[in-house]
Design a protein around this ligand. Structure first.
Ligand code: CMP
Length: 141
């Protein structure tokens, strides 16, 4: 299928900072109002080994140890969303990684002031979506 298929899927994590701050409803509501479908949704708490698998491309980066501590430090909400060009659409809705620089109107631009505690993760390509969905929701992979 092409990347413009209506069946495209992405893996979204509503991170522990969003759960702690009571922003889960606000964030899911934005995805619903956009017209995206929720194919799976579950509360999970990552352990260190799972975090290393999820963030395989970042494990050697200097920002990884505090990122790992943050991401394993409390429950998060894992979702699989689907819709037309959902990968690109959701990345646009999140805004830039750094909440201080993200545009107003985006989730991070409106709600985050941090480069690490930036509320939401979403797959950045068709390949990473496939890999991440298989990791988090093997029954859907
Ligand atoms: P995410 O989309 O989950 O992918 C990698 C995460 O690492 C990113 O969101 C941020 O939470 C974090 N991150 C990326 N760059 C930095 C950085 N320079 N300093 C701190 N955290 C970062």
């Amino acid at each position: 299928m092409s990347s413009s298929s209506p069946e495209e899927r992405t893996l979204v994590l509503i991170k522990p900072d969003a759960v702690r701050r009571g922003l889960v409803g606000e964030i899911i509501s934005r995805f619903e109002r956009k017209g995206l479908r929720i194919d799976a949704m579950e509360t999970r708490t990552m352990d260190g080994e799972f975090a290393d698998q999820h963030y395989a491309e970042h494990v050697d980066k200097p920002f990884y140890p505090p990122l790992k501590a943050f991401m394993t430090g409390g429950p998060l909400i894992a979702l699989v969303l689907s819709g037309d060009q959902v990968i690109e659409v959701v990345r646009g809705m999140l805004g830039s990684t750094d909440g201080r620089k993200a545009a107003a109107g985006t989730i991070r631009g409106d709600l985050s002031l941090s480069n690490r505690e930036n509320l939401v993760h979403a797959s950045d390509s068709v390949d990473s979506a496939k890999r991440e969905i298989a990791l988090w929701f093997p029954a859907l992979g």
